[in-house]
Design a protein around this ligand. Structure first.
Ligand code: COA
Length: 377
């Protein structure tokens, strides 16, 4: 019997120097540097550049990249008009997938696929993803888009374009950390999809559109939205312990808990948890945060002995909600961060490209013959 690697688990198809994960020990590194150090010292802009270039940038390289991002934030008015014409009640990921596809139509370089062109387009994709998501959100609320501000950071400008008012430095920093934590995560489904598309030598926008399509599925993005549904259902902190206990006794899964790779604390979840706790201490604990604290304690008590811990989605939903972001936008925000990882992974693979073309074991009919339509039952 031929072995089939269902879900491609354990199949190695390429080498990467970008991201390393050890799920048993809860380790995640980019360029060998622990995610905790990136979150503590770096920014979304710097990690994006580091992954695109494969090394920690110099101050001059970072300043240049940052300036490029800031200069490339605006999208054509025609595209904003197209977004405004989308039906208001569509899934924001559907709108984002369409908007990125439309974005390609306005980029004269879109069809170029060499290394230099992919690198240049990556900058525009990273910069403009934020503008598109903010414009979609506002359009769905019946509001006009807010033009990007070049004096703000990527995270700060996104929150500004979303709300129309400048975030506090703490809010911008918290959101930046959340972005840093989501930039890349090894050979996940959307990154693999992006690479599969690029391996045909298709263009950079098509890789992003393919990846957004993969991220949209509930088995990939979207778990943090489910966490917020659960928090809404629980309602108040005093109900949380009994709610979770009843679910676990009924052998039901708790959203935002457990991970296919991590059988220990997801290091990203701890960073986000610690920073959220820091903000809560400074600005007061939100209702969501209070419920989360109780769930966390109950889950750790009941499940940690089995290697099941709260994952990054457990905390990110609360962080985003406390920043005033609607839960339907959590997956687009995942894309906002992951676009850098997609671009970096595609660009790395393309340097030594080989068309992806796996195989399947044939288990269908043999020796069959065509039957004329009128003779079929
Ligand atoms: N709550 C309660 N029990 C859980 C659990 C959770 N969130 N996640 C796993 N378990 C238990 C299962 O019930 C199962 O128990 P059993 O052996 O008694 O049947 C055991 O752990 C293994 O579960 P399984 O689903 O096979 O583990 P996995 O490693 O394939 O699953 C997930 C990983 C992410 C699919 C799973 O943990 C899950 O569904 N989590 C909730 C959704 C979520 O937060 N997803 C985002 C992931 S980033």
């Amino acid at each position: 019997m031929t072995n089939i690697a269902k879900g491609l688990e354990g199949v190695l198809f390429t080498e990467t120097k970008l991201t390393f994960i050890n799920g048993t020990e809860g380790i995640l590194t980019h360029l060998g540097i622990p995610i905790q150090e990136w979150a503590e010292n770096s920014t979304f802009e710097e990690l994006s550049l580091a992954l695109l270039e494969g090394h920690l940038p110099s101050a001059a390289e970072l300043a240049h990249f940052d300036a490029q991002l800031r200069a490339n934030r605006a999208v054509p008015q025609q595209l904003l008009d197209v977004i405004a014409a989308y039906p208001a009640d569509v899934n924001p990921m559907q709108a984002l997938r369409s908007a990125v596809s439309h974005l390609a139509l306005f980029d004269p370089q879109a069809e170029e696929t060499g290394e230099a062109a992919r690198r240049e387009i990556s900058v525009r994709l990273i910069a403009r993803m934020a503008t598109l998501i903010a414009a979609i959100n506002r359009s769905q609320l019946g509001l006009p888009p807010v033009a990007p501000r070049p004096d703000l950071t990527h995270a700060g400008n996104f929150l500004y374009m979303l709300k129309g008012e400048e975030p506090t430095p703490e809010q911008a920093k918290l959101f930046d950390i959340a972005l840093v934590l989501h930039v890349d995560h090894g050979m996940n489904a959307s990154t693999f999809t992006a690479i599969a598309t690029a391996s045909t030598l298709s263009d950079q926008y098509s890789t992003a559109v393919s990846a957004i399509g993969a991220l949209k599925g509930p088995l990939h993005g979207g778990a943090n939205e489910a966490v917020m549904d659960m928090l809404d259902e629980i309602g108040t902190p005093d109900r949380a312990a009994a709610f979770i206990t009843a679910k676990l006794d009924a052998k039901e899964k708790i959203m935002g808990v457990g991970h296919r790779v991590y059988k220990y604390f997801d290091p990203r979840s701890q960073v986000l948890r610690d920073y959220a706790a820091h903000v809560a201490e400074k600005e007061g604990k939100s209702l969501y945060y209070q419920i989360l604290e109780v769930i966390e304690a109950t889950v750790i008590e009941r499940l940690s002995s089995r290697g099941i811990y709260p994952n990054v989605d457990f905390y990110s939903g609360t962080v985003y909600s406390d920043l005033g972001i609607a839960k339907e936008y959590f997956t687009p925000i995942f894309a906002l961060a992951r676009i850098s990882g997609w671009c970096a992974s595609v660009n790395e693979y393309e340097r030594d490209n080989r068309l992806l073309r796996p195989d399947a074991v044939y288990s269908g009919a043999v020796d069959a013959h065509y039957v004329q339509l009128q003779n079929r039952k």
